[in-house]
Design a protein around this ligand. Structure first.
Ligand SMILES: Cc1cc2nc3c(=O)[nH]c(=O)nc-3n(C[C@H](O)[C@H](O)[C@H](O)COP(=O)(O)O)c2cc1C
Length: 204
């Protein structure tokens, strides 16, 4: 198992996956359980994920991803889904903190009211937040996979309308990202160059 820094340094996007590698439901659930630890605004947890594992589904989603072979070859391809109106789930999600007396009624009310003020009736902000949440979860899953000796490949190259239909998403949900995860096959690219810190960081 890699530590966090090594997982960050070793992760690259894989294109070539071992098509014979199969992941068990427990292994997939373990990765998702780690992704669930990702933070979300107000703890709205306004995302979910669909795991594509069967040969038939892989064929279908490979076609929806414009023929990207990794969807077929990887043990699993996750479809990360963003949820609109995430704030509407908050009263039930925060209630356990109130019940456990971690927060009092005033803090609970403030939490819910602040989220409503920020998101209610604001579609673009709800969508931005869902993309942030699903993206954090996908990133956590990438590092969890890397730590476990697996590789991953994020994808935005897919037909969003087709993927939404194939996943039976509601009209309040949309696909944010696909993420292939599995064992590497030979031929993946080495690490790609990155900007240097001075090009990215300004300190005020
Ligand atoms: C949001 C997102 C979408 C991406 N979509 C695709 C894709 O559809 N197909 C693909 O081959 N790579 C895709 N990539 C991989 C990027 O090309 C890759 O992350 C980038 O070149 C940096 O390389 P690295 O991940 O190996 O560091 C995507 C990456 C991200 C973060």
């Amino acid at each position: 198992m890699l530590n966090t820094i090594d997982a960050i340094k070793q992760r690259t996007s894989a294109n070539n996956f071992d098509p014979t590698h199969v992941m068990s439901k427990a292994e997939i659930e373990d990765l998702v359980s780690l992704a669930i630890e990702s933070p979300t605004s107000f703890n709205m947890q306004n995302w979910r994920v669909i795991a594509i594992t069967s040969p038939e589904a892989k064929e279908q989603f490979k076609a929806l991803a414009y023929g990207q072979a990794k969807v077929k070859d990887a043990a699993v391809t996750f479809v990360f889904v963003g949820k609109m109106k995430g704030h509407e789930a908050l009263p039930a999600l925060v209630k356990p903190l109130l019940d456990a007396k971690v927060i009092d009624q005033a803090a609970y009310d403030g939490w819910i009211n602040m989220a409503n003020g920020m998101y209610a009736g604001k579609d673009q902000i709800q969508r931005d937040e869902a993309i942030r949440s699903a993206s954090f979860a996908a990133m956590t899953l990438m590092y969890a996979a890397q730590a476990k000796g697996l590789v991953s490949g994020a994808m935005i190259g897919f037909d969003p309308v087709g993927v939404a239909a194939a996943c039976s998403l509601s009209d309040q949900e949309f696909p944010v990202m696909m993420l292939a995860v599995g064992k590497a096959a030979p031929g993946n690219w080495p690490r790609k160059p990155r900007l240097t810190v001075d090009k990215v960081l300004s300190v005020k």
